[in-house]
Design a protein around this ligand. Structure first.
Ligand code: ZN
Length: 655
C-alpha cells in the first residue's frame, strides 16, 4: 500500500482528462501538492492509505474552474457605473477613478475580495491583468490561489506608471522575481492594440519570449476597434499584431469577438489561447465571439468573466451556462457547445489556452491537486438521471450554482471546507471594501456636479482667457465681400477654407458654462485635407458695449477631442443640445497695420444665411477703442452696413 496525505472517496469524479473518464463511485489520492492517483473507488482504496479519508457523500469531485480572463482588483469598482457604452464606461468612469484611487493597497484589497468570491464559486486558477500586478500576485498567493498575473503596459499614463517604459521595467522586474513561484505565473500585458503602440507590442512580446511567460492582451473586442484598425493600418487586428511579432510569444487573447476564419487560423498557427467572456461581451454589447468555429478549427478557448466592473461578478458557473447558450442562440443550432465541451473550456482546455495545461485543468496523476466538490443534491438540481453518462455534465453546466461548491483545494491545500473560507476573512474585507465605495462615491458626486471637473477628468485640458473685439453683420452673399477684399487698403496675410461642425451642450445651470464640440474640416481644391476636433468649455461672458461692437472677455478651457461627439454627449449628459454647421472662409488681414480676422460664414444648419464676422484680440481699453473704430471702417469698406451689426453669437441666434 502506498501512502497519501488525503483520499477523497464516494464521489462522482469528472476527471476532465483527454478521454473524459468518469468514476462513480470514484476516489482520488493527494500527496503533497499533487494528485497521486484517481480511479474507481475500490481500486484506489485497495492501493492507497492516508491519515485523512474524506467521504464526499456522492458530491461531484472535479477540477477547479479556470477563469481565463479578469481584472480582479476591480471588485472594488463593481456597480460603480453601468449601462454605458464601452468608451464612456472606460474613459469616462473607470480610468479617471483608477487614476485617483488605484494603489498597491487598493489592488491587494480588491484581489482578496475577488479571491473570496472566486473560491466560493469553485475557481482555483485565474488570469489577471491590472496595474501594480505584483500586489495581485501577493494577495492571490497569500489566499492560496493559482494565478497568471499580468502587469499592464499602455501608451497612456497609468496608476502605476507615467510612461510605458516604467511599466515595462516593472513587468521585467516582477517576472524575474516571481518566475519560479509555485502558484503564480508572472506575465506581461500590452492592454490592447488600440492602447499600445507597435513599439509596446514588440517590446512586451520580446519580454515574454525572453522569460518564456505568457503574454496576455485584449484583441478584437468590438467592431469599432476592428474598423479603426482597418482605417489606420489597412488590416484587421489579428494580422496587425502578428506583424508586430506578438505570436512569437505564448499569447492569451481575451475576447476575439470580431475575427474571421483567416484570423482564427492565424491564432491557431500562433499557438495562441483565446479567453471567451460571454457576460462582458453581452453586457457591453460587443457581440458574440465565433466560439463554435474556433473549436471546430482546433483553437484552445477558455472561459473568462472579465473584470467584475463589466460583468458584474466572477461566477464561472454563470459564465459557462451563458457561453453555451450564446453559441446555441446565435448559431440557431441547439447542439452547439454541449455541456461537456463547455465544462472542458472552463477546465482542461482553459488551462491549455493559458499555456499551463500540463500543471492543472484536469484530475490526472501528476497534475497539481486543484479540485472542487459540488453538491448536486439541492432542489434546483434534482432528480438525477444516469441513463446518459453525459447528464452529469448538464447538471454541472446548466443547473449547478456557484453556491453549490462546498470544498475547494488548490495545490493540495484546502482553501474552503464545508463552505468555510480558510485563508480569508470575509467580514473584514467587506468592511474595507465599503469604505472605498464611500470615498469613490463622494469623489464622483463632486465631479458629476461640475462640467469643468468632468472635462478635466478625461484629460488634456488647458485654460485660456481671451479678450476680443467682435462684430458680426448679416450679408446677402459672400461674393461681393470677396470682391471688396481686393481693396488695396486691405492686405490679406492668410486665407483658409473649412467646414465647421459645432455641437453645443447646454446645462441646467448657466454657471456651468457652455460646452462646444467643434470639428473643422479643412478644404483645399474642393477636398478635405485635414480634420481637427476640439472641446471648449466657454465660461460666462463679460461684455462691454462699444458702438456696433462688443468687447468680450471670457475664460475658456480647451481640450483636444479624441472621442466622438456621441461619446461626449453620453459622458456629459447635457440638458439640451444644438448643432450648427457652416462653411467658413477665414482671412487674416492687415488693416492700418493692425491684424484682424474676417470670417465669411454661410450657415447651412440651421439655415441662417450669410454673415461676416470681424474679430481681433485686444489687450487694453485704449487698444479696444481703436480697434472698435477700425472695425466699423472695415465693415463699411467691405460694403456692409454697420447699423446691422450684432454682438449675438450664432448659438444665441438659434436658441
Ligand atoms: Zn478585460
Amino acid at each position: 500500500m502506498e501512502s497519501a496525505d488525503i483520499i477523497f472517496k464516494n464521489a462522482v469524479i469528472l476527471t476532465m482528462d483527454e478521454n473524459f473518464r468518469l468514476y462513480e463511485p470514484g476516489a482520488l489520492a493527494v500527496h503533497g501538492t499533487d494528485i497521486l492517483a484517481v480511479g474507481p473507488e475500490p481500486e484506489i482504496l485497495a492501493a492507497y492509505v492516508a491519515p485523512e479519508i474524506i467521504d464526499c457523500g456522492g458530491k461531484v469531485l472535479m477540477p477547479g474552474l479556470v477563469n481565463a480572463h479578469t481584472h480582479v482588483p476591480m471588485t472594488l469598482l463593481r456597480g460603480l457605473a453601468d449601462d454605458l457604452r464601452l468608451d464612456v464606461w472606460l474613459m469616462g468612469y473607470m480610468m479617471p477613478v483608477e487614476r485617483e484611487y488605484v494603489s498597491p493597497e487598493f489592488v491587494q484589497l480588491g484581489t482578496k475580495l475577488a479571491c473570496a468570491e472566486m473560491i466560493r464559486g469553485g475557481t482555483t486558477t485565474f488570469t489577471d491583468m491590472y496595474y501594480f500586478e505584483e500586489d495581485v500576485a501577493k494577495a492571490a498567493s497569500a489566499a492560496g490561489m493559482r494565478a497568471i498575473c499580468s502587469q499592464t503596459v499602455m501608451k497612456f499614463p497609468t496608476p502605476d506608471a507615467k510612461f510605458y517604459e516604467e511599466s515595462l521595467a516593472m513587468a521585467r522586474d516582477f517576472i524575474q522575481r516571481w518566475k519560479d513561484h509555485p502558484l503564480i505565473v508572472p506575465s506581461v500585458s500590452p492592454h490592447a492594440p488600440y492602447t499600445s503602440t507597435a513599439e509596446i507590442l514588440r517590446a512586451t512580446a520580446a519580454l515574454a519570449i525572453e522569460f518564456d511567460v505568457p503574454l496576455h492582451t485584449h484583441l478584437s473586442e468590438t467592431a469599432l476597434e476592428v474598423e479603426n484598425m482597418r482605417n489606420e493600418q489597412g488590416m484587421p487586428v489579428i494580422p496587425y499584431v502578428k506583424k508586430q511579432d506578438l505570436f512569437e510569444a505564448k499569447v492569451i487573447a481575451a475576447h476575439c469577438v470580431h475575427i474571421d476564419e483567416g484570423e482564427i487560423r492565424t491564432l491557431l498557427h500562433g499557438k495562441a489561447g483565446v479567453a471567451h467572456n460571454p457576460s462582458s461581451n453581452l453586457k457591453l454589447a460587443s457581440g458574440v465571439a465565433p466560439v463554435k468555429r474556433m473549436l471546430e478549427l482546433g483553437l484552445n478557448v477558455g472561459i473568462g468573466t472579465d473584470g467584475p466592473a463589466s460583468n458584474n461578478d466572477l461566477d464561472m458557473f454563470e459564465e459557462m451556462r451563458l457561453a453555451s447558450f450564446a453559441q446555441k442562440g446565435t448559431s440557431g443550432d441547439p447542439t452547439a457547445l454541449p455541456a461537456r465541451t463547455t465544462l472542458n473550456m472552463a477546465t482542461r482546455m482553459g488551462a491549455n489556452a493559458l499555456h499551463i495545461g500540463e500543471h492543472t485543468g484536469s484530475l490526472e496523476a501528476g497534475k497539481h491537486a486543484d479540485l472542487i466538490l459540488v453538491d448536486i443534491s439541492p432542489v434546483h438540481n434534482a432528480p438525477h438521471f444516469r441513463r446518459d453518462p453525459n447528464s452529469v455534465y448538464a447538471q454541472i453546466v446548466y443547473a449547478s450554482k456557484s453556491s453549490d461548491v462546498t470544498d475547494v483545494m488548490v495545490n493540495g491545500k484546502f482553501l474552503m471546507r464545508n463552505r468555510d473560507l480558510l485563508t480569508l476573512s470575509e467580514p473584514e474585507l467587506l468592511a474595507q471594501g465599503q469604505e472605498y465605495a464611500r470615498k469613490i462615491d463622494s469623489f464622483l458626486m463632486a465631479r458629476e456636479g461640475s462640467v469643468l471637473s468632468k472635462l478635466i477628468a478625461i484629460g488634456g485640458t488647458s485654460e485660456e482667457e481671451s479678450f476680443e473685439i467682435q462684430s458680426k453683420v448679416r450679408i446677402a452673399s459672400v461674393e461681393p465681400i470677396l470682391q471688396a477684399l481686393k481693396n488695396p487698403e486691405i492686405e490679406i496675410l492668410r486665407r483658409r477654407h473649412y467646414r465647421e461642425y459645432d455641437a453645443y451642450f447646454f446645462f441646467t445651470s448657466v454657471e456651468q458654462g457652455l460646452l462646444r464640440y467643434r470639428e473643422d474640416s479643412f478644404i483645399e481644391n474642393d477636398s478635405v485635407t485635414k480634420v481637427r476636433s476640439r472641446l471648449t468649455l466657454i465660461g460666462p461672458t463679460r461684455e462691454d458695449e462699444f458702438p456696433q461692437e462688443v468687447l468680450l472677455s471670457r475664460s475658456r478651457y480647451l481640450a483636444p477631442a479624441n472621442q466622438s461627439v456621441r461619446f461626449y454627449r453620453e459622458y456629459f449628459r447635457p440638458h439640451q443640445e444644438k448643432e450648427i454647421e457652416k462653411d467658413r472662409l477665414r482671412f487674416l488681414v492687415k488693416y492700418h497695420d493692425i491684424e484682424f480676422f474676417i470670417n465669411l460664414d454661410t450657415i447651412s444648419k440651421p439655415n441662417l444665411g450669410c454673415f461676416m464676422e470681424i474679430k481681433s484680440r485686444t489687450w487694453s481699453r485704449q487698444d479696444a477703442e481703436l480697434k472698435s473704430k477700425l472695425v466699423v471702417d472695415l465693415i463699411q469698406l467691405l460694403g456692409a452696413d454697420p447699423a446691422e451689426a450684432t454682438s449675438e453669437d450664432y448659438i444665441e441666434m438659434v436658441r
